[in-house]
Structure formats: structure tokens, C-alpha cells
Design a protein around this ligand. Structure first.
Ligand SMILES: CC(C)(COP(=O)(O)OP(=O)(O)OC[C@H]1O[C@@H](n2cnc3c(N)ncnc32)[C@H](O)[C@@H]1OP(=O)(O)O)[C@@H](O)C(=O)NCCC(=O)NCCS
Length: 164
């Protein structure tokens, strides 16, 4: 059965190809916000392929969570991957969409709700993430959501982690 989670008026479910719409593709056109995304899709076909690839893995490699409000506006996605069953850890990435659907503090709820959604699939205790040191927006959001600094690489990627 398709799993769904409701947390603070936000709906979490696995993202599927039916959710690949022009609006989602347009998120990547916001140069300021997506400055640190290396591979950006240029077409719906590319975006479709990305979502398909994430879903063809039986939850073992990637869990791509689609985040919606109650009237189905697409707020963003959270991707979990690099699952390490021994360390009970994985890596998180986030991309949010149109600001008009995001109210203050929504991003923190999106992150925490996504972690709850992950728990429906896997029992992990640590969520890690990598963020460019110059990605101040993301660093602020992660810090406010409880992620803490772990280390910084020579290329300027900061590892932060959250114990759950
Ligand atoms: C990371 C992301 C989720 C943050 O969401 P956002 O809506 O852009 O965040 P906000 O605009 O609320 O900015 C977050 C904070 O940074 C601040 N901020 C924004 N731009 C800033 C800048 N250039 N310098 C300093 N602070 C800045 C905001 O004022 C806000 O601070 P506040 O919470 O104290 O008010 C979103 O930008 C995104 O999806 N980015 C693309 C993907 C990405 O970079 N993901 C992170 C790596 S996995």
C-alpha cells in the first residue's frame, strides 16, 4: 500500500512521475536558490527520468519524498540516499519550490516531517547531509531544524548531522 504521512498540514509521500509538472521544472530556473545544484534538468523528460530512476530501486538506494500542502500544491522534495545499514545512517538533500506556497517555518516542518516519513521505511538514528559552505540559506535552515556541524572538506562542503 502507498504510504502517506501527514505532519503539520503537510502531506508526505513517495514522489512519482505523475508529479513531474512544468512548475516543478521551473524551480530550477531560480538561479539564486539553485546555485549549488550541479546537475539541473533542462526538460520534463530529464526530470521524468530522474524521478523514475529514484523509484526503480526498491527503497534500497534512494527514497524520494514528495511534499505537498493539503490542496496538493507541490512544496518541495527531500531525497534520502547513501543508506548505511550498519551505521544506521543516511544522507539527505532538499529542494523547495515556489515561495508562495511556503510559509514561515515550513521548511523546518518539511525536514522534520520527511524524517518521520523515512522512519516508515527504515529505522535510522543519524541523518547526514553535505552543504556547500557558501549555501547560507540552506545552512541556516538546517541549523534551525537541529542539524549540527560535523566537518568541512577541503572543497568547502560542510557535513552536518541530525540524531533522531
Ligand atoms: C535550501 C532551501 C531549502 C532553503 O529554502 P529557502 O526558502 O531558500 O530559505 P529562506 O529564503 O527562508 O532562507 C533561509 C534563511 O537564510 C537567509 N538568507 C537567504 N539568503 C541569504 C543570503 N544571501 N545571505 C544570508 N542569509 C540569507 C534568510 O533570510 C533565512 O533566514 P531566517 O530563517 O533567519 O529568516 C532552498 O533554497 C532550496 O531548495 N535550495 C536549492 C537546493 C539546495 O541548495 N539544497 C540544500 C543542499 S541539500
Amino acid at each position: 500500500m502507498k504510504k502517506k504521512l501527514y505532519y503539520k498540514s503537510i502531506v508526505f509521500c513517495k514522489l512519482n512521475v505523475l508529479n513531474v509538472r512544468l512548475e516543478y521544472l521551473h524551480w530550477f530556473k531560480n538561479k539564486k536558490r539553485t546555485k549549488f545544484i550541479i546537475k539541473k534538468p533542462n526538460s520534463l523528460i530529464q526530470l521524468n527520468n530522474f524521478v523514475k530512476k529514484c523509484n526503480n530501486n526498491n527503497d534500497d538506494d534512494v527514497l524520494l519524498v514528495g511534499i505537498f500542502d493539503k490542496i496538493q500544491n507541490h512544496l518541495g522534495n527531500v531525497k534520502f540516499d547513501e543508506f548505511d545499514l550498519k551505521k544506521k545512517s543516511c544522507t539527505l538533500g532538499i529542494l523547495t519550490g515556489d515561495k508562495k506556497y511556503l510559509v514561515k517555518n515550513n521548511i523546518k516542518d518539511i525536514l522534520l516531517g520527511s524524517v518521520k516519513f523515512l522512519k516508515l521505511y527504515k529505522k535510522f538514528s543519524t541523518i547526514n547531509l553535505g552543504v556547500n559552505r557558501l549555501n547560507i540559506r540552506a545552512r541556516k535552515v538546517f541549523f534551525k531544524s537541529g542539524f549540527r556541524f560535523k566537518k568541512i572538506s577541503s572543497t568547502g562542503v560542510i557535513t552536518m548531522s541530525l540524531k533522531i
